[in-house]
Design a protein around this ligand. Structure first.
Ligand code: ZN
Length: 305
């Protein structure tokens, strides 16, 4: 036996038995960092999680890299927001991954939208018009109560793939859900001043957040989800904003600053810049701090106006 193999055998012998060795862990790839955090909360030591997006991207158009296909090729599961949020990049990546376990409708495809009833479901879909929300508004991660539904769907998926550890996943789910419940109770109290406030955003990312905290979304800078604004649309929007006395314009950080600034200035409205997923800013490393950041930033903007 060479010294190298002896060292290797020793190294394996030293792996604590209560904890899964790296090779035994479920390899999970998530589309966005919110899902990576949630999967780590539920999976604990039993999972090895990587996110495709870092948090600064547009969820409808995450730039593809060959390394993502390699990552997915070796994955036991892929965790997605669902409602076709990822339709701009995920179908191509799944095909390139050549991994039958993680294709849509397979056990290794974990769709976190299964417990959510989406809003803005179109009665007619015309993708030629550039519609980005064919199954309704998919931006469910911005509402922490929907976040709880997403975590539950992740637990279902992990138990489906690894039933031997069901009790661990169930216990971790309960712990994290309690943590989210406590945070939600705090946010609902803190966000009271947001109630009744009107907002315009660049894209309808804030729909579920607004619903949760009693805000009123009155329009978007985009003509429709995924469709660039026209001058006449901006003119009408500004008129409506003056008439309705809109309280804030939200620019989701991956959209261009210029137009949102112009609209805010022309109407004398406060401009607020927000990430739409965890990881988008240094103080939004996990899901709870991401929601925290958005609640706090909106409150600060109102105070300053
Ligand atoms: Zn969207």
């Amino acid at each position: 036996m060479t010294r190298f193999t002896t060292a290797l055998l020793l190294a394996f012998a030293l792996v604590p038995t209560g904890r899964a060795a790296a090779a035994d862990k479920l390899k999970i790839v998530t589309t966005i960092p919110d899902l990576a955090d949630m999967t780590r909360q539920v999976g604990g030591d039993l999972v090895d999680v990587t996110s495709i997006a870092t948090g600064v991207e547009d969820i409808h158009a995450v730039p593809m890299k060959p390394s993502f296909a390699v990552l997915l090729n070796g994955a036991d599961a892929v965790v997605v927001v669902g409602l076709d949020a990822e339709h701009g990049f995920l179908p191509g990546l799944l095909e390139a991954s050549r991994n039958p376990k993680i294709q849509r409708d397979q056990p290794g495809y974990i769709d976190t939208s299964v417990y959510v009833t989406p809003l803005e479901v179109p009665t007619r879909i015309d993708r030629s018009l550039g519609d980005q929300h064919p199954m309704g508004n998919p931006h469910i991660n911005l509402d922490p109560v929907m976040g709880k539904d997403m975590v539950r769907a992740i637990a279902d998926g992990l138990i489906r793939l690894d039933p031997a550890h069901e009790s661990t996943y169930t216990a971790n789910l309960a712990t994290y859900t309690a943590k989210l419940d406590a945070a939600i109770a705090r946010w609902e109290k803190e966000a009271a001043p947001l109630r009744g406030k009107k907002l315009v955003s660049y894209h309808p990312d804030l729909l579920y957040f607004a619903e949760r905290f009693g805000m009123e979304p009155v329009g978007t800078i985009e003509l429709r989800a995924g469709v660039d604004p026209t001058p006449s649309h901006i003119e009408q929007l500004e008129e409506q904003m003056r008439r309705d006395k809109v309280d804030m314009v939200v620019r989701e950080l991956h959209y261009p600053a210029g137009l949102a600034e112009t609209v805010a200035q022309a109407t004398g409205t406060k401009l607020v810049e927000l990430p739409v997923m965890a990881g988008g800013l240094p103080d939004t490393k996990d899901y709870i701090s991401f929601v925290d950041h958005n609640v706090r930033t909106m409150l600060e903007a109102l105070k300053g106006s």
